[in-house]
Every structure is written in C-alpha cells, then in structure tokens.
Design a protein around this ligand. Structure first.
Ligand code: GDP
Ligand code: ZN
Length: 361
C-alpha cells in the first residue's frame, strides 16, 4: 500500500502551492480512513494502523473542527508495536485541508464531516418531488468547503421526461456535471462509475430515500476493494465492525461514506450562498446602499434587475428563502449556545458550593 494510491501526490502539490515546508518523510504521513471516538484508522506506508493523538496535539486542538476527520492527511510518529504486539503510531499533526464538508458553518456549531473530498456527488431522485432549489443547497454546501460538485439524478425509471429535469438544472447551473441513473433499469451506472477517477475522493450526499445506498452498494459490490490490512477479528473487539468510511474502489477511486454525510442538510454560510448565487452577489454590490436589503431602498440593483428581467425571479426567491432559513438557523444556534453557557456556569457554581461545604466542615 502506498499513500500515493490515496491521493498523496495531488495533496503534496497543494501543500507546495501553500508554500509549506516540504520535507515530509512519506513513512510518517497517513490518511484518516475511519474514526472511532478517539481512535483513528490511518492508511500509511506501514499499512492500516489504529492511531491515537499525541497528548500535545490533543492539548493544542482548541476547537473540535481541528480534530482529524475521515479524509484528513496527518503526520505520524514512527510506527511502533503496542503492548498487544500490534503496529500502531501516534498522530502528531493534522495537515491543512484542501477542502472539507461541514455541517453548521457557524462558530462553535460547525461539525466537519469529511476532509479533502474532491467531488461531492449530490443525489436527487427524479420523482415528482424534484426541486432544483434543493440542489442549490447542496451546491452551496460543497462550495463552502471548496469541493467540486456533480449531480446524480437517480431513479430515472420513475420519470418519463428526464431531459426536462436535466434542462432545468442546466439552465441554472450550466457547468454542473449531471448523471442520470437508475439501478432498476441499470441506466447510467457505468458512466457514473467511470467518472470516478483514481486517487480522487468522492462522497454521495442527498435526502434520505433518494437512492444513495443503492448507488454506493452498486459501486462497492461491483468493484469493491477493501482497504487492505484491516483486521476484522481483533481480539480486543475494537474494530470488529467492518464498516469502513473511506474505501478504494477497484478503479482506484476513493469513496468516502460516513453516516453523517449521507443525511447532510442545510447550509448556513454566507460565503457559500454567494458562491452559488454569484450573479446576485454582484448585483447586490451595485446597490446604492451597502447594507441594502433589496426591499424598498432607493437605488436597489436587485429590484431593478428583477424588473428588467435580467434576474430570474425564481433564482431570487430561492436565494431569499435560503437567506431567511439561514437567519433562523443562526438564531437557533445562538440560543443553544446561550443555554450551554448557562449550564456550564451552573456546574461551576455547583462545584464551588460543594467545595465550600467541604471547607466549612
Ligand atoms: P438512501 O436513503 O438515499 O440511501 O436510498 P436507498 O438506496 O436506501 O433507496 C431508497 C428506496 O428507493 C429503496 O426502496 C430503493 O429500492 C429505491 N430505489 C433506489 N434506487 C432506485 C432506482 O433507481 N429506481 C427506483 N424505482 N427505485 C430505487
Ligand atoms: Zn438592493
């Protein structure tokens, strides 16, 4: 097993571009393929090792978003044999992320689900419920983490006019790659599989029931090559589950499949919204007032564009709705944070009272 098969070469180029000091010893570099609480399944030249963080790293990590997640590149101590005679290593550092997928996006609310994903495969079912607005959310999510995106229109067997859906999508996102698939009529599966390139990492996201598992199972079943070196009969019972979060397909493509990712939902990052709605962002900058809400302010470029037909009212509505949802999410998170502070404070005062009581005796 070499780390190049898991995308190290491309990643090293990225680090070079960041002007990072490049004196890595390939033997002390690994990629996180699985996380089980504070144990990390790491692919490295020595094989598949279960690693812990060094105490120093654990202390240095100030925010949970800095902890290694599936897909992260990490620096390792030289591998050693642990008390049980198994090879292991310690994670001494997490390398900068080229891309990530996160839920939340707001201060402490952010949860990073996967790192260094090359392309997010957004799965949407081609049934009557298809809404192109939903796609915008997922694209925003991908853009927020600097990931490329593609659309899989699944269950094509259920829709008689797929070309209509495709043109709806293309009208809004002309550059987005679109795959039309069905596991029932076996449509488009080969094209989809062939689009997954060696050493690149992919992940499938979308609402539940759209057919993600069916697609992933197809890819795995047909050409699965488990990450070699995983011991499935560990006597410590540590990794008796054979569930792996990053696997290499026979084609050499990497599939990242964490449970959290499959259900990933709403995005609430301004930046992300703006990446998706570039046109709106540009328009907004032409408004007379910097903080224009595009409501009744004079000199509003957005309303002018809506009136002239330059701006599609549906795009605007979709954006406006997302913005409002975002504001709602932020308020909710603020409330949760405030409640947390209160709880924390309560514990502190309680401890203090207990101490006082002891001292009083
Ligand atoms: P997930 O929740 O996104 O992982 O979706 P699943 O893969 O579990 O699929 C949900 C349901 O849709 C299951 O009943 C599948 O059998 C069905 N399904 C999946 N793919 C297709 C398809 O291409 N065509 C049709 N008609 N049904 C499908
Ligand atoms: Zn305006």
């Amino acid at each position: 097993m070499t780390i190049n098969e898991f995308g190290w070469e491309t990643f090293e180029c990225f680090l070079e571009g960041m002007d990072r000091q490049l004196n890595f010893d390939p033997r002390t570099i690994g990629r996180v393929a699985q996380v089980q609480r504070d144990l990390f399944g790491v692919i490295c030249e020595a094989g598949y090792l279960w690693c812990e963080l060094t105490g120093k790293l654990r202390h240095e990590v100030e925010n949970s978003v800095e902890l290694p997640v599936v897909g992260d590149w990490v620096e390792l101590s030289p591998p050693f044999t642990d008390a049980g005679g198994e090879w292991s290593a310690l994670i001494t550092g997490v390398l900068p992320r080229r891309s990530f997928l996160a839920r939340g996006g707001h201060a402490r609310g952010t949860q990073v689900l996967a790192a260094n994903v090359d392309r997010v495969m957004v799965v949407m079912s081609a049934n009557l419920d298809f809404k192109v607005n939903r796609l915008d959310r997922y694209m925003a999510l991908a853009a927020a983490g600097n990931c490329d995106a593609a659309l899989v229109l699944s269950k094509a067997d259920l829709h008689p006019h797929m070309e209509e859906l495709v043109s709806q999508v293309k009208a809004r996102h002309p550059d987005l790659p679109v795959f039309v698939t069905s596991v029932v009529s076996q449509t488009g599966l080969k094209e989809l599989a062939e689009s997954l390139l060696p050493e690149k990492a992919y992940t499938f996201v979308g609402s539940s029931g759209v057919g993600k598992s069916s697609l992933v199972n197809f890819m795995m079943g047909r050409e699965v090559l488990a990450v070699s070196g995983i011991r499935e009969d560990d006597d410590k019972g540590r990794h008796t589950t054979t569930h792996r979060e990053m696997v290499k397909l026979e084609s050499g493509a990497l599939l990242v499949d964490t449970p959290g990712l499959r259900a990933v939902g709403l995005v609430d990052e301004d930046e992300a919204l703006e990446a998706t709605f570039g046109q709106l962002h540009e328009l907004g900058q032409r408004c007379k007032f910097r903080d224009c809400t595009h409501d009744t302010e004079p000199g509003c470029a957005v309303r002018a564009a809506l009136e002239s037909g330059e701006l599609d009212p549906q795009t605007w509505e979709s954006y406006d709705k997302l913005k409002r949802e975002q504001a709602f999410e932020l308020r909710k998170q603020d409330k949760a944070m405030a409640a947390n502070h209160k709880k924390h404070w309560k514990t502190i005062t309680q401890n203090w009272r207990v101490r006082k009581k002891h001292e009083g005796r």
